[in-house]
Design a protein around this ligand. Structure first.
Ligand code: HDL
Ligand code: ZN
Length: 443
């Protein structure tokens, strides 16, 4: 029963003098400048483990994309082309890759200024490789890339980007991917595998023949035999691929709990398999696929996801680890709060349409304020090798600025901050949190 305060207590005016409980001592300007330079240097010099990319070593053949024609044909730029050119998608797709690149270059880099994140990125790559960043055409760049040795080029680009290791996206339903793994080649020391399985969750009817085709006894109904068959299929892939985690991109309509094949596949097949192999699952939620099919890979959009479903997954599966990235800017604060409630939830990256400096800054600031250094700030999502150069340069600049503000405030409040503490924090965000999450050795 609520105790009612006596009248006298209630009547007495509440006399609170608001005063600064902490006397902010102004930091000397040179201390601020020193701090900013220290943070800039540490963020720039800490190698990052790029936890989600679509990059592959040369042994993956046509999946391994690099060079100017791939860079300029990035699907982000294809989408931007149609806003500044009269060409229609059908006519564009009828062109060869070089003609496509020439058209994109002329339209977005010559007839217009490369102001967008994705166009400016190509400029930064050319500059960092010592090439003319503003040529009239792609002749010089094509000659440069044609003269590169693939392996040496990978080493050079990773060094420029200060990326220590690259985590791939290995779609077990992609024929090119399956062909690679069927060759049983030795793994590349700097590229790590991830078992990507979208069709299992998003389109079982399409996935079924590919699972059955590998000799597993499965049918359309998710009966006990089929659950066992899909788990054996995944076990075989895990044995071969040794993935760091399992991953799937999900539409914003993902709801849990829900009486659906998607949720049964997740709760009866995927999550138990992850537990059996001590693997985290990465759920990348918020994609509306092909809202404009004519644009192909450039035709995807986004939607607002349901964080209560994510929280209930973390609650109901406490022995699973959820590596989560959401595509809607409006979901980011909710994701931080959910991560405060569940230690088996790891927010990561500023994904896709969020990977722009203004939004990376906003998301990183609210993550630091709510989660300290207990999150993974970024991944490149690079599809073409050289993109890690600009994607990480842009992200490092935004992340460093956020850390400067927070360290400055900490010093103002009297904390005896040291460069070693900053080094430890940045290493944790760029390397340690992920290594620990997936069980890699934490150097
Ligand atoms: O599903 C994904 O992994 C996304 O990152 C898509 O590949 C998307 O097309 C992309 O390249 N985003 O950057
Ligand atoms: Zn991706």
């Amino acid at each position: 029963m609520q105790h009612e305060p006596s009248r006298s207590v209630r009547a007495r005016p509440i006399d609170i003098k608001f005063q600064e409980t902490v006397r902010y001592s102004e930091m000397p300007q040179n201390q601020i400048e020193n701090l900013r330079q220290t943070v800039t240097d540490i963020v720039a010099s800490t190698p990052v483990l790029d936890i989600h990319t679509h990059l592959y070593p040369p042994s993956f053949r046509e999946l391994s994309l690099w060079g100017i024609d791939e860079l300029v044909n990035y699907h982000y730029l294809v989408a931007e082309l149609f806003r500044s050119s009269s060409i229609k998608p059908l006519a564009f797709w009828a062109l060869g890759k070089r003609e496509q690149a020439d058209l994109i270059w002329r339209t977005l880099f010559v007839e217009n200024t490369p102001l967008s994140e994705a166009t400016r990125g190509v400029v930064g790559v050319l500059t960092s490789l010592g090439l003319n960043p503003a040529p009239a055409d792609l002749t010089e760049a094509r000659e440069f890339f044609a003269s590169q040795d693939a392996e040496q080029h990978i080493e050079r680009v990773m060094a420029i980007a200060n990326v220590s290791e690259i985590v791939m996206t290995n779609d077990i339903f992609d024929p090119g991917e399956v062909a690679y793994w069927d060759r049983n080649l030795p793994p590349h020391p700097k590229f790590h595998a991830v078992l990507r399985m979208d069709p299992l969750l998003n389109d079982w009817e399409k996935a079924l023949p590919l699972v059955a085709g590998r000799g597993f006894d499965v049918s359309l109904d998710l009966d006990a035999k089929t659950v066992a068959g899909i788990r054996k299929f995944l076990d075989a892939w895990i044995e071969r691929m040794k993935p760091l985690y399992m991953a799937a991109s999900q539409p914003p309509e993902l709801r849990y709990p829900e009486d659906s094949l998607r949720v049964r596949m997740l709760s009866e097949v995927i999550l138990p398999t992850c537990r059996a192999h001590n693997l985290s699952v990465s759920l990348m939620i918020g994609v509306h696929k092909r809202v404009n099919p004519a644009l192909r890979d450039a035709g995807d959009s986004l939607g607002h996801a349901d964080l209560s479903s994510v929280e209930r997954l973390c609650r109901d599966f406490p022995d699973n680890r959820f590596l989560v990235s959401l595509l809607s800017r409006e979901n980011q604060h909710e994701l931080c709060v959910a991560a405060r409630k569940f230690a088996n939830l790891m927010p990561f990256g500023c994904w896709w349409f969020l990977n722009n400096p203004s939004i990376v800054s906003e998301i990183t600031m609210e993550r630091v304020e709510l989660l300290g250094s207990s999150f993974i700030p970024q991944h490149s999502d690079a599809r073409i090798l050289e993109q890690i150069i600009y994607k990480w340069a842009h992200s490092r600049r935004a992340i460093a600025a956020v850390l400067m503000d927070n360290y400055e405030a900490l010093q103002r409040d009297g904390w005896p901050l040291t460069a070693d503490q900053i080094r430890r924090d940045v290493w944790r965000m760029f390397q340690g949190n992920f290594r620990k999450w997936v069980g890699m050795e934490v150097r």
